[in-house]
Structures are given as C-alpha cells and as structure tokens.
Design a protein around this ligand. Structure first.
Ligand code: SF4
Length: 325
C-alpha cells in the first residue's frame, strides 16, 4: 500500500468549504492508501505565533469533526504534529541544505506577506514553513500528497528538497508525487471564499435552523434586486451550492426559473437548503456522540500519535545514520 500524508491547521470547527475541499477526499483515500492525517499545530504558529491560546481546543474540535465526517482511526493515522518531535529534527536538517532563494520565490509566501498585512510575517519560521512541510511529508516516506491543482507547487518544493538530500547524502527518501484531487470550491455567504475569519461560513455542526437562516441570507446575483428581475445563475454564489447539493432536475428547474424570474431567490434557495440539512444529519448525530465523550477524541489522538511516532522515529534513525550523527 502506498503512503499518503496530509495535514490541516487547527482552525476549530470545520465548515462546508473544508468538507468539499479536502475531507470528502480524505475519507475516500483512507480505503486505498496508508494515510497519515495530522493537525498542523506548529504550522498554525507560522502566522499566528502571537495567539497560541486556542490551539488545544481547536485541535479537539477539528478532530471531532474529522471523526464525525467519517475519518476512521482504524484505517488512517490521525495525529498531532507537535507531539512528534522528529518532524522538528528533520526540519532542522533540511534547513541546512535548502537554499533561501527557493523559499523566497514560493508564490504563497509572497502572496501571504501581501495579504496578511496586520501581522509581522518577516520571521524565520514563516519563510521556512515549506521546509517543515517537507519534513512532515517525508518523515513518513510518503509516495503521494493529495492536493488541489493550485497547491501543486508546494509539493514541488518538497520534491526539490528531497532530491537535494538524496544527492548530497544518500537516496533514502522517495520523491512524493502530487495526487491531484478534485476539490469543489464553495463560496461563503458573502460570495468570498468560505472562511471562519470572514464570518461567512456554514459550519458542519450548525443546527438545521441556523443553516436555514444563514443560507437564506446568502448573496445572490446582484441583477435580481427585485423579485421580477431575471437573473443569471452562474453569477449567483448560492447557485454554486445548488450545483453541489441539488439534483440535476432541480438545478435545471431553478436555472430556468432564475432566468425567467419565475422563481424567487428564497424559494430557489429552500430547495437546496433542504439537501444541505439532510446531508449533514448523520454528521450532526455522530458529532453529538463525540461531544458527550471528549475523552474518546483524546484517545484517538493519543493512539495516532504513538503510531506516527514509531514511523517517524524509524526514519530518523536512518537519517542520523546517513549523516553520521
Ligand atoms: S433565483 Fe436562485 S440562482 Fe437565481 S439569483 Fe436567486 S438564488 Fe441565485
């Protein structure tokens, strides 16, 4: 079985964007690969180093969501990055051989420096986060890394670091390949990318009433200012949710109704809201069970940390031997 590694920053409760962007894929992948899925809490510090207080709680909330969508600890190793100190050791050794210009030309680095203007990101840790990522992936000798098409360059940097290590010392690491996964980008309630920090998210754990209220307020095609104005579904963020949740017949019906002003936006949304609520029903049920037994979540992480640590420790013995350390 080939190995896959992927991680997510502890953002607390997850939303529909996470579900369709990564989680649904992870749930499928766990049946076909040896999967390591980790809470990237050290990565959270690369941008949010000044506010580490919520990390513990966010970790538990996120893993609760992982388990509730169907990640199965008997199939995949679920663990917390900061509990496996070997990641930090390999990161250090990789940092010795990684040229700084490789990191400076990283498009995400440049983009985030521009975007996150409220934070001082001129730190060594932020510049070097792809080196930590390379360590996260390769310490489990991953063959593949599941990413959406826009994240493929990140894996390329890991491959470059691995190539360099294998050339300078000894070829002990496989070069991980990109496993392109189809992701569906869901807009948030205001039409921007769905994000907790924008306050525009539908959370997986939202109650049916909350889901109804939130999506009922979601922005639509601005051309439909009045009920009698015809619209264009492709210009409507709410229609993107229809495309994910509604049946082909329903999509055809609301598209025609939108273009002819034969249907009002609220009635149009109600059709899809019902599906969103139904789709999340099993999730809510499972999450309620975990909420009543938070110890179970901690136990899952403890067992996952142990399994991950065993593999990471074995890799580091090999690395230290290779370097004569
Ligand atoms: S009718 Fe439906 S698709 Fe058209 S603008 Fe309103 S919510 Fe969007």
């Amino acid at each position: 079985m080939e190995t896959i590694v992927s991680g997510a920053r502890p953002t607390g409760q997850l939303h529909l964007g996470h579900l369709h962007g990564a989680l649904k894929n992870w749930v499928k992948l766990q049946d076909h690969y040896r999967c390591y899925f980790f809470v990237a809490d050290w990565h959270a510090l690369t941008t949010d180093y000044a506010t580490p207080q919520g990390i513990n709680q966010s970790t538990v909330e996120m893993v609760m969501d992982w388990l509730s969508v169907g990640l199965d600890p008997t199939k995949a190793v679920l663990f917390r990055q900061s509990r496996i100190k070997e990641h930090a050791e390999l990161h250090l050794l990789y940092s010795m051989i990684t040229p700084v210009p490789w990191l400076e030309r990283n498009p995400t680095y440049k983009e985030q420096i521009k975007e996150l203007t409220g934070k001082d990101l001129s730190t060594y840790g932020f510049l070097g986060y792809p080196v930590l990522q390379a360590a996260d992936i390769t310490i489990y000798k991953a063959n593949k890394v599941p990413v959406g098409v826009d994240q493929a360059p990140h894996v390329e940097l890991t491959r470059e670091i691995v190539r360099r290590f294998n050339q300078v010392y000894k070829p002990i690491f496989p070069e991980p390949e990109v496993l392109l996964t189809e992701t569906q980008k869901l807009p948030g309630l205001d039409g921007r990318k769905m994000s907790k920090s924008y306050g525009n998210a539908v959370f997986l754990s939202d109650a049916p009433k909350e889901i109804d209220q939130k999506i009922s307020r979601m922005v639509t095609d601005p051309a439909r200012a009045r009920r009698t104005d015809p619209g264009e579904p492709e210009k409507c963020p709410a229609f993107q949710l229809h495309k994910v949740y509604s049946t082909p017949d329903e999509i055809a019906e609301v598209s025609a109704g939108c273009r002819s002003a034969g249907i009002g936006c609220l009635d149009c949304k109600k059709i899809m809201i019902r599906h969103v609520i139904d789709d999340l029903a099993p999730f809510r049920e499972k999450r309620a069970q975990f909420e009543s037994k938070p110890r179970e979540v901690e136990e899952v992480l403890r067992a996952g940390n142990q399994m991950a640590q065993k593999q990471a420790a074995a890799t580091m013995i090999e690395v230290r031997e290779t370097l004569g350390l």
